[in-house]
Unconditional design. Structure first.
Length: 416
């Protein structure tokens, strides 16, 4: 276990908090989804209760070490102020210039300051002004950031899989270092699900490509009791078993890998379940994310997909088969939709699975949903409030499921 916020005294101290405010913006630079801001409120509220002076650090987009006005964090303070019911100071331009440092130095207990986009500095990502990897430059930048506060709190789970100045290097220069409540919660749910799950343990994996989830599947074959595979990557597994897949998305270069994974599942007595029928269509408008008016859509009789058609969702028999497994599961980890859920006509399978996971949660199961599309799916189904834990870190949660070491977590001190 890592040291967390309640393990140290922050009363009246100046506290640097790394948060994940990489929020989506529209053409008018208005925030279109504030869930990442909302996720940081418990940590900020606690620090306010302790009368700390709070300096928030974050990034937005990929400015590649340059100042890009459209990627400024300027839209965030007004929205954060609404959540907190108090003003949030902001200094634009440069997060470590004299103006930002003065704002940090002048910050009084109970006040909040958000620094400008960390990634306007190439050093945040471990590079110098020439774009070359430069650990020394990263360390200098991290030391500048650390000099603004007495305590460093890591609360940006979405960035802990990156070895950046504000995730790993800053730890060397801060006096006290702890995990915030959001990171603590992520580690608790994801960690316990993988290391000490209440069984039966079910993993539901979807998405387009097997290649994106190879290491997740390999790791879960050592931990889960059942793995349900849906989405387009199911077609690669089915084709590897000589099932006709029509024009469905298939990674032909991963067929041997799919065969190997199915073989391993049998050796380890893990039930690896694939769809036994599908919703198919002869055409999809992927550009506009809609079903053409003249498209033919039908449910197959079995797992085979005829020529001229592509799989776009799991079928009714698959839903019925998977529902029995979901109902009996005590721990459920879900990453990836089971169809092209962005198109309403092809979202029914994913929505039904979301409802089944929520119902199982209502009946006492532990449910964890990770990955942007999966989160969007449970929200679309209207059951997000009934899920035990929705992970805020897309890449980080995926790497956690792969059993990879997350640099930003490894850098945090362990409890004594």
């Amino acid at each position: 276990m890592k040291n967390t916020l309640k393990d140290i005294d922050v009363k009246g101290k100046k506290v640097l908090v790394r948060v994940d405010y990489n929020v989506p913006l529209d053409a008018n630079l208005k925030i279109t989804n504030d869930k990442r801001i909302a996720a940081t409120i418990p940590t900020i509220q606690y620090l306010l209760e302790k009368n700390s002076a709070i300096i928030l650090m974050a990034h937005l987009g990929r400015p590649k070490g340059k100042i890009v006005p459209g990627m400024s964090l300027k839209p965030v303070p007004p929205r954060l102020s609404e959540f907190l019911g108090k003003p949030v100071k902001f200094v634009g331009g440069d997060c470590i210039d004299s103006q930002s440092k003065k704002a940090a130095a002048d910050l009084k207990p109970g006040e909040i300051l958000l620094l400008e986009n960390l990634r306007f500095h190439p050093e945040e990502e471990g590079k110098n002004a020439s774009g070359e990897k430069d650990k020394a430059a990263m360390d200098v930048f991290a030391k500048e950031l650390a000099s603004m506060g007495e305590v460093f709190v890591q609360d940006a789970f979405g960035t802990v899989h990156r070895a950046h100045a504000s995730t790993t290097a800053i730890v060397k220069y801060a006096k006290d270092v702890v995990a915030g409540f959001l990171v603590e919660k992520e580690l608790k749910f994801l960690g316990e699900a993988l290391e000490n799950p209440v069984r039966p343990f079910l993993a539901i994996l979807g998405g387009a490509k097997v290649s994106d989830k190879i290491n997740v599947i390999k790791n879960l074959l050592n931990k889960a009791d059942t793995i349900i595979i849906g989405g387009a990557m199911a077609y690669t597994f089915l084709k590897s078993q000589e099932v006709i897949t029509g024009t469905s998305l298939v990674e032909d270069d991963k067929l041997d890998l799919a065969i190997e994974l199915i073989k391993k599942s049998k050796e380890r007595k893990v039930a690896l379940l694939l769809p036994i029928d599908h919703i198919i269509t002869d055409k999809v408008d992927f550009v506009n994310k809609q079903m053409p008016g003249d498209a033919i859509v039908k449910n197959t009789a079995d797992e085979a997909i005829p020529e001229g058609f592509m799989g776009v969702d799991i079928g009714l028999k698959s839903i019925e088969k998977f529902s029995k497994i979901i109902k009996s599961a005590k721990t459920i980890v879900w990453n990836g939709p089971l169809g092209i859920f962005e198109i309403d006509e092809f979202s029914k399978g994913t929505i039904k699975i979301a409802n089944l996971v929520a119902k199982s949660t209502d009946n006492g199961a532990i449910s964890i949903v990770g990955g942007g599309d999966s989160i969007a799916a449970v929200k679309k189904a209207g059951v997000d409030k009934r899920i035990n834990h929705i992970s805020t870190g897309g890449g980080a949660s995926l790497e956690f499921l792969e059993d990879k070491e997350l640099p930003g977590i490894a850098a945090l001190p362990d409890k004594k």
